[in-house]
Design a protein around this ligand. Structure first.
Ligand code: NAD
Length: 368
């Protein structure tokens, strides 16, 4: 039996509560389907600070390097607002992303039929929506130098950010986008602003070349990012994979998120380059939401974003497409049966606990 090594980093707030539900599924899959998952659990964020006075221990960083994939809950909370900046809970998350060189951020926007009415768009526009935003995560204007506010000495200041992309950065994110499109509906829409930005012009050129040389079987279209934002709310189902840079990806993925309803539903993945020998990418999977201190410990958090993050792990790290699809169906079925955690329920409707929602998803998975 193949062994699959997972590092679990539940973190703070609702992170541990939602991770517990996914652990139930992992145990059930190992038991019923001999999937061979081996898990190790470590502390990150405020929880690591409490125990070790750092946001992530070196020994746990080493576990992250050794794992096939990482499942991350959430970090942070008001309790740790006053601790030294370099040890703040988010520092643990940033360290993982940086040291593992996770340059590709994947955010799917899936709209389950049972929740289509919770979207800000009309049901017919979002019902059955399934798009994937592939965002460059480690370059572009958030990191480019110079980055400063310069005093011009005449009573004026100048604020400068630098949008910069090197060839290799565009090549590797383009390959990621095309690779993922091949596991889906085989279409990539690349978004930039080539009409006004040199970086957009070059992005377009490199994506076009990588497509021609390496991925001619994938359908490629180019769209200006502003038009892309408009199309995302006008006719979102036209898209399969949206490939874009750090800044535009930040905006477009938040727009796409709103199409699907609640924050408690949204998974994400951050991936690195494929390993030269194994072909496996370094990978970390995490819900989009934070630690939700307002509801932590009450047993009411929605665990679906955490389940869906594990679903992405099955699909993108372990190529377990059948199992990933089965988990998607299990979530859809549980929602269709009417089960709702409080964040999904209309005012006054009956709700279930985190554990009840988790048990239902595991049962639906096993029954498929
Ligand atoms: P949040 O995502 O934690 O919560 C926003 C709102 O959504 C809250 O009302 C919360 O109760 C609700 N919510 C979020 N996830 C939910 C779920 N699964 N089920 C039900 N309701 C859910 O964002 P915030 O309140 O701005 O931040 C809280 C803390 O989390 C802060 O310390 C912040 O820095 C941190 N944070 C961490 C991450 C991360 O670890 N990746 C991401 C965002 C925020």
């Amino acid at each position: 039996m193949a062994t699959r090594k997972l590092l679990l980093l539940p973190g703070d707030g609702i992170g541990p509560e939602t991770m517990t539900e996914v652990e139930k599924l992992i145990a059930a899959m190992n038991r019923e389907h001999a999937t061979g998952f081996e898990t190790e659990t470590a502390l990150v964020g405020g929880a690591a600070w409490e125990a070790h006075k750092v946001s992530l221990r070196d020994a746990d960083m080493a576990l992250a390097h050794a794992a096939d994939a990482i499942l991350f809950g959430a970090v942070g909370g008001p309790r740790w607002d006053g601790i030294p900046y370099e040890h703040r809970p988010e520092a643990g998350l940033l360290r993982l992303r940086k040291e593992l060189q996770l340059f590709a951020n994947l955010r799917p926007a899936i709209c389950y039929p049972a929740l289509a009415d919770a979207s800000s768009l009309k049901r017919e526009l979002v019902d059955g929506l399934d798009i994937l935003i592939v965002r460059e995560l480690t370059g572009g204007v958030y990191f480019g130098e110079p980055k400063e506010i310069r005093d011009l000495g005449n009573g004026q200041k100048r604020a400068i950010d630098t949008q910069v992309y090197d060839t290799y950065e565009i090549e590797r994110i383009a390959r990621a986008g095309f690779d993922f499109a091949r596991t889906r509906r085989n279409k990539v829409t690349s978004m930039e602003k080539r009409n006004v930005m040199k970086s957009g012009l070059y992005w377009n050129e490199v994506v076009t070349r990588i497509h021609r040389e390496e991925y001619p079987d994938v359908q490629l279209e180019h769209m200006l990012a502003d038009a892309g934002g408009m199309q995302l709310v006008r006719r979102p189902k036209q898209f399969d994979v949206i490939l874009t840079d750090n800044l535009f990806g930040d905006l477009l993925s938040d727009i796409a998120a709103m199409l699907t309803g609640s924050l408690g539903m949204l998974p994400s993945a951050s991936l690195g380059a494929p390993d030269a020998t194994t072909g496996m990418r370094r990978a970390m999977y995490e819900p989009v939401h934070g630690s939700a201190p307002d509801i932590a410990g009450k047993g009411v958090a929605n665990p679906i974003a955490m389940f869906a993050s594990f679903g992405m792990c099955l699909r993108y790290s372990f190529n377990m497409i059948e199992e990933a699809d089965r988990l998607e169906r299990a979530i859809a079925r549980v929602l269709a049966s009417g089960l709702r955690t409080p964040d999904l329920a209309p005012e006054g409707a009956a709700t279930v606990t985190t554990a009840a929602m988790g048990d239902a998803v595991v049962a639906a998975y096993l029954a498929d």
